[in-house]
Design a protein around this ligand. Structure first.
Ligand code: SAH
Length: 453
């Protein structure tokens, strides 16, 4: 019998997709259902059908999964930020580990005994050190901040968020108090009018420094002095206030121009014993504590002894390589974004690191040139975006014949594909360790060590 929209079936949720939706099988077809738990027995309403799969929604929960917990957020699911507020953190970690293990064994041909335990966070809440909140008017005409609903530009207003630093909740309150008192209109994407676009917050957990950045469709705000005064009075951690101007018709959040209204225009955090400057436009890992664990693991897997040459490809602002610089003879970082390379060079200088060189280029092209110049790194770090490494890059790395490759990945499927390619070229997987950098979301990171046979 063919499945139609609005049909209702009883089914048991058996697994999750990589986006965190539940999966059940109805008439042999996979049906994807958001915000259900593996182990739930439920009545599912079909909302959309395709040839080999369908989408459903929870109609009635008949028997809850033992993994279930009560969600502690009013806008869970609607805001799209979290995938797993309705199951225990332990079961979320178990799913994430299994997800990585399945990809590495099925796609990558890895031996399952090489996949270690997942490194979970001490606490899955209040870890985000960065929030970019669109500003809107609610139905009562009050200025609010929120998050865009998934795949839309409709703002879901919020007062607090369980993922972000607790100090952000206070900062939101003070900012909204100011915005509502001063009668500054939120920006309207449709008409390209209004002033306040985003409230952009960053926090350095280790040093307790807070940055408040207002992204505005203006070069000046009518009552900026009052804003600074209210923020400094109410927020002891406040270190700097910045106005970022974005007058473009774009969904890119920040513009290029920043003006400091208070403090130095940046905050400083500590990671792996190094100090990193964080300005509105610079990249910094959003979960500091887990980033430190990830980098520490990467360093252990690299097994450095003190005089090696280390090549850090896709280095961003240099953090991974710099955290290992004291253990190597020479560090070379490669990254395609010029601003990130500038930050990497400054990060090296400010931490007194003199054995690092940073190159702004495409990783594959830079690797080819470095190889032609006769570079033979002892160890290569790879930390590519979700699409993984180019096959040309992998070929070049193989030709450089490093003893070890440490690959940090945010996408287990492309990691598995690349591990397989390395295996076909004389490099075998030694160890893979999943790391939960983003608790409560569907993302999972993994660090692996690949060694020359
Ligand atoms: N290793 C860094 C950042 C990793 S994110 C850290 O741990 O913080 C991946 C980085 O790869 C991004 O900074 C992105 O700008 C960069 N990138 C993307 N495509 C690239 C390419 N073709 N060549 C070099 N770098 C690239």
């Amino acid at each position: 019998m063919e499945m139609k929209k609005n049909d209702i079936y009883e089914a048991e949720i058996i697994d999750y997709t990589n986006e965190g939706s539940g999966i059940c099988k109805i008439n042999g077809i996979a049906v994807f259902v958001p915000a259900v738990a593996a182990g739930d027995k439920a009545r599912i309403r079909i909302v959309k059908t395709a040839k080999n799969y369908a989408f459903g929604k929870l109609e009635e929960l008949l028997e809850p999964s033992p993994d279930r917990v009560c969600s502690d957020c009013e806008i869970f699911v609607r805001c799209g930020g979290c995938s797993f507020r309705h199951i225990s953190y332990a079961s979320e970690l178990a799913f994430k580990r299994k997800f990585v293990a399945d990809a590495l064994t099925r796609i990558g041909g890895a031996d399952s005994s090489l996949i270690g335990e997942i490194v979970g966070a001490d606490t899955p809440d209040h870890y985000r050190n960065k929030a970019q909140l669109p500003i809107t008017l609610d139905s009562d005409g009050k200025v609010r901040v929120g998050f865009f609903a998934p795949r839309s530009h409709r703002v879901i207003p919020l007062d607090t968020c369980q993922l972000q630093a607790e100090v952000f909740n206070d900062a939101i309150g003070v900012f909204l108090d100011w915005a509502n008192r001063m009668n500054l209109p939120p920006y309207d994407e449709q008409t390209h009018s209004g002033i306040l676009r985003h409230l952009y917050l960053r926090y350095a957990f280790r040093t307790n420094e807070l940055m408040v950045c207002v992204v505005a469709n203006a070069h000046e705000l009518r009552k900026e002095k009052q804003l600074v005064q209210m923020l400094t009075e109410k927020l002891p951690a406040l270190k700097t206030v910045v106005l970022n101007t974005n007058t473009e018709k774009t969904n890119v959040i920040t513009g290029k121009q920043c003006r400091t209204l208070y403090g130095d225009g940046y905050i400083t955090d500590e990671l792996c014993g190094l100090r990193f400057r964080i300005s509105p436009l610079s990249f910094y890992q959003v979960n500091r504590d887990q980033a430190e664990r990830l980098y520490t693991l990467a360093s252990e897997l690299a097994g450095l002894k003190g005089n090696e040459t280390l090549l850090d490809l896709y280095c961003g602002t240099g953090t991974i390589g710099l955290s290992m610089a004291h253990k190597v003879g020479k560090l070379i970082g490669v990254e395609i974004i010029p601003q990130a390379i500038e930050d990497a060079r400054r990060n090296a200088a400010e931490n007194g690191i003199t054995n690092a060189e940073f190159i702004c280029a495409d990783a594959a092209e830079a690797a080819i040139r470095l190889h032609q110049r006769g570079l033979h790194p002892d160890c290569v770090i790879l930390d590519p975006p979700r699409k993984g490494c180019d096959s040309a890059l992998i070929e070049t790395v193989v030709r450089m014949s490093p003893q070890r490759i440490v690959y940090v990945s945010c996408n287990a499927a492309t990691l598995a594909r690349d591990i397989k390619l390395f295996a076909e070229n004389g490099y075998s997987l030694q160890q893979a360790i999943p790391v939960d950098m983003f608790p409560r979301t569907n993302h999972v990171e993994c660090v692996v060590c690949i060694q020359r046979k």
